[in-house]
Ligand binder design. Structure first.
Ligand SMILES: [Zn+2]
Length: 204
C-alpha cells in the first residue's frame, strides 16, 4: 500500500501580496519538497494560498513581542477555521499549516512552529526558514542538526545558531533528522487526542 501523502498548506500573508506564488515556491519550497519526498518515500503537496484565496487567514496579525503567543493565536485561528479535524493525529501528522510572512515576528524571531504539531509561522527572510519551521512540525530537532563539510561548510536545515553568511545552505536535513522525520511519520497513529505540542522558536 502506498504511504499516506503529505500536504503543507502555505497561507501567503497580505504583506506578501505583491510577490508571485511561483517565485516564492521556487525559492523556498521546491527543494524542500524534493528533500521530504526523497527521505520519506511520500508525496508532498505544497498548497500555496494567495491572500485573496484565504482572506480570513492571510490578514492574521503575527507581529508580537512574544513569538509563542503569536503561534498560539495562529493555532487557535486555524482551529476555528478548520474545526476539530485539527485535533486528530491522523490528520495533523500528515497535514501542516504554515503562515508565510514578509517580516519577522519580532526583531529576534524569524519563525516559530509547534514541534510535531500542525501550526507554524515563517518569514521569507532566509530561503531556509520555511523549511526549518516545517521541519519542526515533521519532528526534526535543532539538536540533531549538523554542519556539513564538502570543500566548504554548509548548514543543514535545522541548524539554529545564526544563519551564518560564511556557510552555505545544505538544502537538506542531517541524516539524524531524516531519520527523526521518518520515525515520526511512520509510527502508529494515536487513537486519542494528542497532548498540546511544544513551541519551538527560532532566533534571528
Ligand atoms: Zn528551530
Amino acid at each position: 500500500m502506498a504511504k499516506q501523502p503529505l500536504t503543507l498548506n502555505v497561507f501567503i500573508h497580505e504583506d506578501l501580496s505583491d510577490d508571485s506564488r511561483r517565485d516564492l515556491y521556487n525559492t523556498h519550497f521546491s527543494w524542500f519538497t524534493d528533500e521530504i519526498q526523497k527521505l520519506s518515500g511520500r508525496k508532498l503537496s505544497v498548497n500555496m494560498f494567495t491572500p485573496s484565496e484565504a482572506e480570513t487567514l492571510s490578514g492574521f496579525d503575527y507581529k508580537k513581542i512574544s513569538a509563542a503567543s503569536s503561534l498560539d493565536a495562529w493555532a487557535e485561528k486555524l482551529r476555528s477555521h478548520f474545526g476539530s479535524v485539527l485535533l486528530q493525529d491522523s490528520h495533523t501528522r500528515f497535514n501542516k499549516y504554515l503562515l508565510l510572512t514578509r517580516d519577522n515576528i519580532n526583531p529576534s524571531t524569524m519563525g516559530i512552529a509547534q514541534s510535531k504539531g500542525y501550526a507554524g509561522i515563517s518569514s521569507i527572510r532566509s530561503d531556509m526558514v520555511p523549511a526549518h519551521e516545517a521541519g519542526h512540525m515533521f519532528g526534526a530537532t535543532h539538536e540533531d542538526s549538523e554542519i556539513l563539510y564538502n570543500g566548504w561548510w554548509s548548514e543543514t536545515i535545522m541548524s539554529d545558531d545564526d544563519f551564518s553568511p560564511l556557510r552555505s545552505n545544505a538544502n537538506r536535513f542531517s541524516d539524524k533528522n531524516r531519520e527523526n522525520i521518518r520515525n515520526y511519520l511512520d509510527k502508529p497513529i494515536a487513537q486519542r487526542a494528542v497532548p498540546r505540542p511544544q513551541d519551538d522558536w527560532d532566533d534571528d
